[in-house]
Design a protein around this ligand. Structure first.
Ligand code: PGA
Length: 251
């Protein structure tokens, strides 16, 4: 059975004190969840140590939103995997479309980052997804296939156990425009097929594939009911504990 996960990507939102309060509220509500959903929050770097403290003893996991592509040294502004682990992270998001779009993150860079994250003991939530032009040109399958292959085919079947994929159509992120459950399911099933062709059926069946893009309590149920959708990577709705846990309750 693959893991069901709801992960909250806070992006560049909240002050440290707001983040700690949000984390505490999430931890409190998550304590009452008994549907097997794993809960993860990904605050900004500055919040990690304080949020880790706030989450102590809870069942909520801590993730970074990115990591450096080097282990240490003269890389101004970057944060290394060891530092994230030391701060209390068990996960990092990598390859979010905002990082690809605004910070020039390439699949090649992502291979290095995924390798460092796994070597350092972090689980990885790897984001893939097409933009609106690619969707309208009917290229969404090809784009997602290429992103998946370019990064993940550099790793072993054993490595795949520490990786979660998040399919996030860029046109649905923060736009209020959700992919329909059918649109999301067809890509999720396709990603699973791409994985099966390369790694074999077992790896593909065990892979947790999250949906992201304007997911909220009102649409999560239909999305999560799909055979190949194993949870969500949540942006806007993860900033309110009620909405975030409301999504986790949708399983
Ligand atoms: P959204 O963001 O839920 O605000 O659309 C999702 C994401 O970017 O991870």
């Amino acid at each position: 059975m693959r893991k069901k996960i709801v992960a909250g990507n806070w992006k560049m939102n909240t002050t440290v004190s707001e983040g700690v309060a949000l984390a505490k509220a999430v931890a409190e509500k998550a304590a009452g969840l008994n549907n097997g959903a794993g809960i993860i929050v990904a605050p900004p770097f500055t919040h990690l140590v304080s949020v880790a403290e706030a989450l102590k003893g809870s069942k909520v996991g801590l993730s970074a939103q990115n990591c450096a592509d080097h282990t240490k040294g003269a890389y101004t502004g970057e944060v290394a995997v060891d530092m994230l682990v030391d701060a209390g992270c068990a996960w990092t998001i990598l390859g979010h479309s905002e990082r690809r779009q605004y910070y020039g993150e390439t699949d090649e860079k992502l291979v290095e980052k995924v390798r460092l994250a796994l070597d350092g003991g972090l689980g990885v939530i790897l984001c893939v997804g097409e933009n609106l032009d690619e969707r309208e040109a009917g290229r969404h399958f090809d784009v997602v296939k290429a992103q998946t292959e370019n990064v993940l085919f550099n790793f072993s079947a054993e490595d795949m156990k520490k990786i979660v994929i998040a399919y996030e159509p860029v046109w649905a992120i923060g736009t209020g425009k959700t992919a329909t459950a059918e649109q999301a399911e067809e890509i999720h099933a396709y990603i699973r097929k791409v994985l099966a062709d390369h790694f074999g059926k077992k790896v593909a069946e065990d892979m947790t594939i999250l949906y992201g893009g304007s997911c909220k309590p009102s649409n999560a149920k239909e999305l999560f009911a799909q055979k190949d959708i194993d949870g969500g990577l949540i942006g806007g709705a993860s900033l309110k504990a009620d909405d975030f846990i409301g999504i986790a309750l949708a399983f």
